[in-house]
Design a protein around this ligand. Structure first.
Ligand SMILES: CC(C)(COP(=O)(O)OP(=O)(O)OC[C@H]1O[C@@H](n2cnc3c(N)ncnc32)[C@H](O)[C@@H]1OP(=O)(O)O)[C@@H](O)C(=O)NCCC(=O)NCCS
Length: 195
């Protein structure tokens, strides 16, 4: 890449996120197994990663203050390009959590692929969670083990999701039920705006 092109790219990046947000992202990225350009917005409390021996991969993503990521031994967490994880969201991976590209994960969301305690069985059951590209998870929602959220689906604020959600649908409530469909399947959330 020539110098002019590089300087244009740097200017474009810095017009969206400050040097401080990039530096914070750089600091944060040391906890990741593989990563693109990470940015962190808001410092207190600084996002936390507790990795007990798993694999954490993220492309170019944005994290906000208070995010907490817990990845168990041999577990995997993958976060796709252009996705943001907003304030105080908790992600727990004991086996596998996959979040696609251009997803909007709002604040105070909980995503967990395990109940973390055994129930009617001697062992704890983990079931992977998959959130496909362009999904929007509303604030204070809870996504439970084994759930796949389809591409472009919307989860209304405060929902508890216990079953799979079809693509480009809007689900809400506890347990989440079908409310409507997303009309513009081409909607591409602008993660840069933050929330
Ligand atoms: C999902 C959402 C965007 C849908 O908005 P909308 O299309 O304007 O929806 P409406 O207000 O017209 O409601 C449609 C129906 O869904 C129901 N509904 C809406 N939000 C709901 C919720 N959080 N839980 C349960 N039901 C809900 C309404 O009661 C209504 O039902 P009815 O037709 O039986 O009366 C909106 O409800 C929502 O949750 N917004 C918050 C998003 C958020 O968390 N943003 C944070 C920043 S990322």
């Amino acid at each position: 890449m020539n110098v002019n092109k590089l300087s244009r790219r740097i200017k474009k990046r810095l017009s969206k996120h400050s040097v401080g947000e990039h530096l914070a992202g750089l600091w944060f990225s040391r906890k990741f197994t593989e990563h693109g350009i990470l940015v962190v917005s808001g410092w207190r409390p600084f996002p936390r990663v507790i990795n007990e021996g798993g694999v954490i991969k993220a492309e170019n993503c944005k994290f906000y203050a208070g995010v907490r990521i817990e990845v168990g031994p041999d577990a995997t967490l993958t976060i796709g390009n252009g996705t943001y994880i907003n304030r105080n969201t908790l992600i727990v991976s004991r086996e596998n959590v996959t979040i696609g590209r251009d997803c909007r994960i709002s604040w105070d969301v909980v995503i967990m692929d395990s109940d973390l305690h055994p129930l009617n069985s001697p062992t704890v059951i983990h079931k992977p969670v998959t959130i496909r590209d362009k999904a929007w998870i509303g604030c204070r929602s809870i996504i439970l083990k084994g759930v796949t959220i389809g591409e472009g689906a919307v989860i209304a604020a405060g929902s508890v999701v216990t079953r799979d959600i079809p693509p480009y649908t809007i689900y809400g409530g506890s347990p989440a039920r079908h409310l409507a469909d997303v009309k513009t399947s081409g909607t591409n959330p602008n993660w840069e705006t933050g929330s």
